[in-house]
Design a protein around this ligand. Structure first.
Ligand SMILES: CC(C)(COP(=O)(O)OP(=O)(O)OC[C@H]1O[C@@H](n2cnc3c(N)ncnc32)[C@H](O)[C@@H]1OP(=O)(O)O)[C@@H](O)C(=O)NCCC(=O)NCCS
Length: 327
């Protein structure tokens, strides 16, 4: 029998500190009303001193491993999707492996921004289906508050910090990943990027003074690309799996903007009651967004074994993708 790859356990962590819209009103020229109406966000979590992408990811990973009944020593592969690593070198996955007490298995970071978790579970699926790995830890972790300019109202109201981990392993069909479709279009690289701190523009007193290490975003352009691509890619995975939109039990879109979610939902013809949204509480946590939603759904009983869940995302690159899974 051909193997499928499914999620055996999931866990998430949000930093304790909450940053509300009214606090942001004191930092930039914005209003709670504008942020709520234009994005759906009321508050987001931000990490405190001493908290890093890896330290919080280890906590999320422990929860996922516990749910799956898997020990760190049994993990065969660790994939950490992040665009906000602890440091440029080594990978955040290596730091997570060390602090988790996992053995010297393969561990690497994956940079696909907000689509990263879907890229990560699709990579994990290949290792599981070809029999090379039995237990793969896929982490979506972002600490974007360290990369956001709290003087730039276009970005600081959107992003938040959060981490989530999933343990994937072989499952018997019809469970597991049914179809996935992933894309990157580098032509739009300048829609969302951090100009300085890499080889193109190494860190210098000038780059720091100019705010080159902060996220720059063309929100309007991204909005249109996001709606169009998330709809198209969702349709494609449904077609591949020969599933109709109304057969889906749960739709988990990347939490970028409530208006994007609503536009995609409407175009796909998915009922409002089937869409999960937590953007009001946590904002856009990039690659942690979808797995945090999954964790909340599983722990609240909204997502049960056998349910059909459609996930769709887009992000910097630009990247986009969708995965259809029977939980
Ligand atoms: C960023 C985003 C919320 C902006 O919403 P929008 O409705 O497109 O708003 P616009 O950019 O057209 O700006 C409208 C006005 O609001 C202003 N504005 C922008 N941010 C604001 C803020 N935080 N508070 C108050 N006013 C703001 C703009 O300056 C503009 O003013 P103007 O009309 O005087 O020029 C929206 O475009 C978006 O969510 N895009 C997708 C971004 C995204 O998902 N990024 C992450 C990818 S994973």
């Amino acid at each position: 029998m051909e193997l499928s790859a499914g999620i055996l356990g999931i866990g998430s962590v949000l930093p304790e500190k909450v940053l509300t819209n009214s606090e942001l009103e004191k930092m930039v020229e914005t209003s709670d009303q504008w942020i709520r109406e234009r994005t759906g966000i009321k508050e987001r979590h931000v990490a405190g001193p001493g908290e890093t992408t890896s330290t919080l990811s280890v906590k999320a990973a422990r929860k996922a491993l516990e749910m799956a009944g898997v020990t760190p020593q049994e993990v065969d592969l660790i994939i950490c999707s992040t665009i906000s690593p602890d440091m440029p070198l080594p990978s955040t996955a290596a730091l997570i492996q060390r602090d988790l007490g996992a053995r010297a298995c393969c561990a690497f970071d994956l940079a696909a921004a907000c689509s990263g978790f879907l890229f990560g579970i699709t990579v994990a699926e290949q290792f599981i289906r070809n029999g090379k790995c039995k237990r793969v830890l896929v982490i979506g972790a972002e600490l974007l508050s360290r990369y956001v300019d709290y003087k730039d109202r276009a970005t600081c109201v959107i992003f938040g910090d959060g981490m989530a981990a999933a343990v994937l392993g072989p499952v018997a069909p019809p469970s597991g990943i049914l179809a996935s479709d992933l894309h990157t279009e580098g032509l739009y690289a300048d829609h969302l990027y951090i100009p300085a701190g890499g080889t193109a523009c190494p860190a210098s007193p000038e780059t720091i003074a100019g705010g080159g290490h902060y996220i720059k975003m063309r929100g309007n352009e991204l909005f249109k690309v996001a709606v169009r691509n998330m709809e198209e890619v969702s349709r494609r995975v449904l077609e591949k799996a020969q599933i109709c939109a109304d057969q889906i039990d749960l739709f988990v879109p990347h939490q970028a903007n409530q208006r994007i979610t609503e536009a995609v939902r409407e175009r796909l013809g998915v009922g409002r009651e089937k869409v999960y949204s937590n953007i009001d509480r946590i904002g856009n946590t990039s690659s942690a967004s979808i797995p945090i939603c999954l964790d909340e759904c599983v722990r609240s009983g909204r997502l049960r074994r056998g349910d059909l869940v459609l996930m769709a995302a887009f992000g910097a690159g630009v990247t986009w993708g969708a995965v259809l899974m029977r939980w």
